[in-house]
Design a protein. Structure first.
Length: 549
């Protein structure tokens, strides 16, 4: 293999040369990357940018002499060569989506030309997922999943770097538009052959630096989990992190409806189990622990399942998506790890802790030190069956915002009170089941949109728990006063609120309804606080409740 074309300084490279580097094994795709998640719309836009000579951004690579990590065998649909032993390793840090698209579409091992297909063959040639053709009549690329048809003028774009194949294609072109087709296919081939891409190398043997670089650049675009980096560092014949997490989700979390839990809280729970800082611990540190003790992952997922069952049974939270903060899952999982079968007293304290941290928005913008404090307090709480609250900020119920946003912890708490009300009025778990199955889509805006009263439309008072398919029916019955007494009680619509609505006072209606729900929330939180009885801390001094008795 020739000397790699990447240097210690940013370097501009012809696209064809860059693809050759990939083809020869000089540039690898590490397993902490997702090989391809772009849809065809984004892939085609990338090709159009090259057609038009528009920059598509730099490719960032990590060069190292000593670090070897597991890489994917394929890029797009094509098998990659392995790097030569002892050669400099080069891993893609940023640009996998672009390079997967380009290599998959332009690699010479792609589709045959339509001219190679025997006459009478009804099937499309090739048939792979990167069957990308250029339509010279429209001067555009054909969407493989669209309705455009492949005709005799359609050119497979993988031949743009193959002069012989391109000439063969052009010699097969005939008809009145032959000259135009040949001219445009020459232009598109020239656009790809002359296209250059900037390469930015990160040359280091420090894996932590590479990790931080990867995480920062992936804060934009398609998000990628830290799991992929940890997976690359832990991979071996005896342990495949991603595969094991997938297995555990199917075996342990799926039965409680938690199979869609993100990998991030699982990793954070692993850090907590290893007594590592949830935020400050590097991927390398966690990887070393998992390689040495892979069985810890099984225990962590089991504790997450116990936490999930607790949230369902005690708190009515039936999906990880409904948990206000993912860190609550981490802390609760660690509680069930150290106390797999907590007493009723401990369960009551966990129930109070969950809702207090939700209503107090305690995990909003939380620092790593505060997370460690929360974990330490939780250990003492479940082991001693006494509440510990040594956070610098004492509990204080946060008010609802004037604009409802389901992503906020308080908004989710509000939705749960709507569900509780339906359960109480109608019996059973009608509201909890609806919220658990439909999620945020079940929290519907009912009053009609009005440009002059945007704040009314966006208010929490205009949010009702109802199946989306039944929202219009509920709207009509509410607006015309046809709700039954049970329905009015379930949806927090008092007689006074209904009167305000009939008079067209929408603002008065939503304000009245919010006031009613605020009362219910205050009544819900008060006994929890009394049960937990958190002490008021003095500066950095830890205070035990026993000290106050």
């Amino acid at each position: 293999m020739r000397t790699p074309s990447f240097y210690s300084d940013p370097h501009v490279q012809f696209l064809s040369q860059l693809l050759d580097e990939i083809n020869e094994g000089g540039l690898q795709v590490p397993r902490f990357q997702r090989p391809l998640v772009w849809d065809w719309r984004r892939r085609l836009e990338l090709l159009r940018s090259i057609r038009d000579g528009i920059p598509i951004g730099a490719i960032m690579v990590w060069r190292t002499n000593t670090v070897e990590i597991e890489c994917y065998d394929y890029l797009g649909p094509h098998l990659l060569k392995r790097p030569l032993s002892g050669s400099v390793r080069q891993y893609i840090l940023d640009g996998v989506q672009r390079l997967s698209t380009l290599y998959g579409a332009l690699h010479k091992g792609g589709l045959p030309s339509p001219m190679d297909v025997d006459e009478g063959d009804d099937g499309l040639p090739g048939g792979g997922t990167f069957d990308i053709y250029y339509d010279p009549i429209r001067d555009d690329f054909i969407d493989p999943e669209g309705e455009e048809s492949i005709d005799r003028y359609s050119m497979p774009i993988h031949i743009v770097f193959d002069s012989v194949a391109l000439l063969r294609y052009q010699r097969g072109v005939s008809g009145q538009q032959a000259d135009e087709v040949i001219e445009r296919t020459d232009q598109i081939a020239r656009a790809f052959r002359e296209y250059k891409i900037p390469i930015i190398p990160i040359t280091t043997d420090d894996i932590n630096l590479a990790t931080r670089t990867f995480q920062r650049i992936n804060s934009q675009g398609v998000s990628m989990s830290e799991t992929h980096m940890v997976h690359a560092l832990t991979w071996g014949p005896q342990f495949d992190l991603q595969q094991r997490i997938s297995q555990l989700k199917a075996e342990v979390l799926a039965p409680i409806g938690w199979s869609e839990l993100d990998d991030d809280p699982i990793l954070k729970a692993c850090k907590a189990a290893f007594d590592l800082d949830v935020y400050k611990t590097s991927a390398q540190e966690l990887s070393d622990k998992l390689v040495a003790q892979p069985e810890e992952l099984d225990q962590v997922v089991d504790s997450i399942a116990r936490a999930g069952k607790f949230l369902w049974d005690r708190c009515g939270v039936r999906s990880p998506d409904l948990v206000p903060y993912s860190l609550q899952i981490v802390v609760l999982a660690d509680a069930f790890r150290i106390a797999p079968d907590p007493s009723e007293r401990a369960l009551d304290l966990l129930h109070a802790w969950f809702w207090m941290t939700t209503y107090g928005e305690m995990f909003a913008s939380m620092s790593g030190d505060r997370v460690q404090t929360a974990l330490a307090d939780m250990h003492r709480t479940v082991l001693h069956e006494d509440p510990y609250w040594t956070w610098r900020r004492p509990f204080e119920e946060r008010p609802l915002r004037s604009t409802f946003d389901f992503r906020a912890a308080r908004a989710k708490a509000y939705a749960f009170r709507l569900a509780d009300s339906m359960d109480r009025v109608f019996g059973g778990d009608r509201g909890s089941k609806l919220l658990g199955e439909v999620g945020r889509k079940a929290v519907v805006q009912i009053l009609p949109w009005s440009k002059s009263q945007r704040e009314v439309f966006s208010s929490p008072g205009n949010r009702f728990l109802v199946h989306p398919s039944e929202a219009s029916q509920l709207r009509d019955r509410l607006m015309y006063g046809f709700l039954t007494e049970e329905e009015m009680a379930a949806h927090f619509v008092s007689t006074e609120a209904q009167d305000l609505l009939w008079r067209g006072d929408y603002r008065g209606f939503v304000n009245k309804r919010v006031a009613e729900i605020n009362k219910v929330e205050a009544a819900f939180v008060a006994p929890l606080v009394a049960n937990f009885r958190p002490p008021q801390p003095r500066k950095d001094v830890t205070i035990d409740l026993d000290d106050l008795l």
